[in-house]
Write a protein that binds this ligand. Structure first.
Ligand code: PAF
Length: 293
């Protein structure tokens, strides 16, 4: 949570990054931005993966807004909302470095003035499977805050990472189903040199777990390479790589079509292989594009 107004902060190119935390200040600052306006929504604890999103937004749009809000609605009762890292000064530094025009960093009270909203976005069946099956209510929380942030920031285009592939599919579905006037752009996953998908959760990995975590992307890449041999081969190849590393506690390994509506060995053409697993108690997710057949 932002505890004081940061006002304007100098950027690398001599321009200024404006930082606001209230609706009124956001409205005034938004009016000053030139079109096209892009938004990148984050929960802070920014890393290179977020920088990739901000750069993609910067390349496309005249003005870039970043939002920083740790959304309590998308945390389950056993997930530690209170302990989620909130390094605001470092996050603002990264935003300045990535040439962001405007940062909106509201408090929980600003976002939810009447407490947890009773009216919320229902994600439908796609929200109940995969991540939604192990994190009940998570996607209702995500879609509700994304819808609110779209209304508050009024972007023409919004950038989301492909790492949270189900989240991206649900946001795309919400935009179509609710006729929201915004273009959604998916940005490819930023990876560490050994292939591990960049994530705020990687900081919870011990050095030994960090070594093991690379198994996830290795399994996905091996699976993708088996695409020409068909869906069964993709799943078997990836699953063999994961099984060979006992420190990986596999939760899900799923092959789906690109919109996450069809699953399993019957999937053909452009597909997605998704994995969720625990390494040393930390739940990690990753995915990769696969051409079947
Ligand atoms: O991907 C995230 O960081 C969050 O789910 C989002 C989209 C910022 C909503 O809180």
């Amino acid at each position: 949570m932002i505890t004081h107004e940061y006002g304007k902060q100098p950027r690398v190119n001599g321009a200024q990054t404006e930082v606001v935390s209230t609706r009124e200040a956001l409205r005034a600052a938004r009016r000053r931005l030139r079109s096209e306006v892009a938004v990148v929504m984050t929960m802070g604890a920014l890393h290179d993966g977020h920088a990739t999103l901000l750069r993609a937004a910067r390349e496309r749009a005249q003005s870039v807004i970043a939002t920083i809000f740790v959304n309590p609605m998308q945390f389950g009762p056993t997930e530690d909302f209170a302990k989620y890292p909130r390094p605001l000064d470092a996050d603002l530094e990264l935003c300045r470095h990535e040439d962001v025009d405007l940062v909106f960093a509201p408090s929980t009270e600003t976002m939810y003035p009447n407490g947890t909203p009773a009216v919320r976005v229902h994600p439908g069946p796609l929200g109940e499977i995969l991540e939604g099956a192990s994190r009940r209510g998570h996607f209702a929380g995500v879609l509700t805050v994304v819808l609110k942030l779209l209304h508050l920031t009024r972007p023409e285009v919004a950038f989301f990472g492909e790492k949270d592939f189900q989240q991206l599919a649900l946001i795309r579905a919400m935009v179509v189903d609710m006729d929201l006037p915004v273009e959604i752009v998916g940005v490819p996953i930023a990876r560490e040199p050994d292939g591990l998908a960049r994530s705020s959760r990687n900081q919870y990995l011990s050095p030994a777990d960090r070594e093991v975590a690379g198994t996830l992307s290795r399994a996905l890449m091996a699976g993708a390479e088996a695409g020409a041999s068909g869906a069964d081969a993709v799943l078997k190849t990836a699953s063999d790589v994961l099984a060979a590393q006992p420190a990986v506690e596999l939760d899900q390994l799923v092959l789906a079509d690109a919109s996450l509506r069809a699953f399993g060995p019957a999937v053909t053409g452009s597909a997605r292989l998704l994995v969720a697993a625990r390494v040393g108690g930390t739940r990690l997710i990753d995915n990769i594009a696969v051409e079947i057949g």
